[in-house]
Design a protein around this ligand. Structure first.
Ligand code: NAP
Length: 456
């Protein structure tokens, strides 16, 4: 059975799930399609009210949702609780703004009267990863619910319990059947769904490998797709940065969620005169970060999500060191059953090092020393990824000017990465295409239906 909950702190299998049959997939497609037909002709205000009820029930079930995530993929319970709060905010944001976002948009044309209506397009398939089991789903589910696009969810096989709990919650809150159907389906069944005429599009968050496979199917079926993929985000410390603030923010920008965040700061780029101080501070913080039980509020570093994630990261760190990197701190095995990885700092990664252009999905920081701002910008841009990026400078104009020189989808000034309902989220280059959250994310699977009447 592919879908199961294996607690990363103990390695114990807590629950296993049967795969969905083709008949169940067919049923989900038909139920979703029928709902799409109903929703096309029902007021948006009704869906906005239903969405608010979902947010209300999420508040009641916060602890249950948070614990399910910790058991599924090992994240700190405190971080899981924060994730539920963020998701409630996202659901409420679309419940509140959805009607406004659905309004028709008038167009100016000397040739006649024109506007475009915003309309639903059909069932959307969502393929989501395990690192934020609730957030990844909510950021596509909530806007599409308002638009009137029912959703079929294929969540990561390791966070099956979280997926099912949220789908059940939507029904318990009174959402119609088919609004969110969670299915434990195979890759072949995902392809089958994408090719089905009742499906209008597919969104995926995950790896380049998964993204390319799903986008290939979407292309072959002429379906719209959006991809939110990996990142190798830079954290650039400019010469006018508030260095005390840099020291405070940088360790958490790497260690949050045990480093398993697409927008974690993964490459720290520091001016030569501050470099030694920066590395020393990071080392000190990493050595003090408490590793252990994710349910303990004192813990800072939780286990990785799975044994295979731990093994993959170990291989990458080994290959980096074999390729000439300097190990400044970490990379020691952690005793016990959990899938832990000690926070690790690597320096002297040359351009020909195997990990130079790889995303390391765990608590591994790479620090680079540069002699000029231009060198920092060039290094940040020398990546096949372009998701997020952090700039530290005490001069806002300076920070913004540098931010705009980075080939990336998001830049954060004087802070680590962040995500809020009203801020668009997404990348360029191999980090994917399309945006989620905000009004931009709302429009991802909307039919912008032109209605035009020419002058006589
Ligand atoms: P992954 O292997 O691509 O898995 C993501 C999802 O895709 C899972 O549900 C997976 O199912 C499914 N999948 C993979 N290959 C598939 C295929 N050929 N057909 C259908 N479904 C397929 O990604 P991951 O390694 O678990 O996730 C971590 C990655 O996600 C990192 O690179 C991270 O940076 C990225 N990420 C990006 C964002 C963003 O917003 N840009 C946010 C979070 C994470 P199974 O679990 O069954 O394999």
């Amino acid at each position: 059975m592919a879908y199961k909950t294996t607690y990363p702190f103990t390695g114990e299998v807590l629950k296993e799930y049967d795969n969905a049959t083709d008949a169940e997939l067919e049923q989900a497609l038909e139920t979703g399609h029928q709902l799409y037909q109903t929703w096309r002709n029902s007021p948006v205000a009704e869906r906005a009210q239903d969405l608010q009820k979902i947010a209300d029930l999420m508040k009641d079930r916060k602890e249950d949702l948070a614990k399910a995530m910790t058991y599924d993929m090992g994240k700190l319970l405190t971080e899981a609780q924060g994730e539920v709060d963020l998701c409630i905010g996202i659901v409420e944001y679309y419940a509140k703004n959805g009607e406004k976002f659905m309004e028709s948009v008038p167009l100016e044309s000397p040739a006649g009267r024109a506007y475009y209506a915003k309309q639903s397009t059909g069932v959307i398939v969502a393929v989501e990863p395990w690192n934020f089991p609730l957030y990844q789903v909510v950021r596509v589910f909530a806007p599409n619910f308002i638009v009137g696009n029912p959703m079929i969810l294929k969540h990561a096989s390791i966070c099956a319990t979280s997926a099912q709990k949220f789908a059940d919650l939507t029904l318990d809150a009174g959402a119609p059947k088919g609004a969110l159907t969670n299915l434990f389906i195979s890759y072949d069944q995902v392809s089958k769904a994408i090719h089905d005429p009742r499906v209008a599009g597919v969104c995926l968050t995950g790896s380049e490998r998964g993204g390319a496979a799903v986008a290939r199917e979407a292309g072959a079926a002429l379906k719209k797709s959006t991809l939110e993929l990996g990142g190798n985000d830079a954290f650039i410390v400019l010469d006018d940065a508030d260095f005390d603030e840099v020291k405070k923010v940088s360790p958490g920008a790497r260690l949050y969620n045990a480093g398993q965040v697409c927008t974690s700061s993964k490459r720290f780029i520091v001016m030569a005169d501050k470099y030694d101080d920066f590395v020393e501070n990071l080392k000190d913080a990493f050595s003090k970060a408490k590793i252990g039980d994710p349910m303990d509020p004192e813990t800072v570093v939780a286990p990785l999500s799975s044994k295979s994630a731990q093994e993959k990261l170990q291989k990458q760190v080994d290959s980096a060191i074999a390729g000439g990197a300097t190990l400044v701190y970490g990379n020691e095995p952690i005793n016990g059953e959990g899938f832990f990885f000690q926070p690790t700092i690597l320096t002297n990664i040359s351009k020909d090092n195997p990990v130079y252009n790889q995303e390391m999905f765990g608590p591994v920081a790479v620090v680079y020393k540069v002699d000029s701002e231009q060198e920092a910008i060039d290094l940040a841009n020398d990546s096949s990824y372009g998701l997020g990026n952090t700039i530290f400078s005490s001069n806002r104009e300076h920070a913004q000017a540098v931010a705009e020189k980075i080939e990336t989808g998001m830049s954060f000034i004087n802070s680590g990465w962040t995500s809020l309902p009203e801020l668009p989220f997404g990348g360029v280059k191999n980090s994917g295409y399309g945006r989620e959250l905000s009004e931009l994310g709302f429009d991802a699977f909307v039919n912008q239906h032109l209605v035009f009447e020419p002058n006589n």
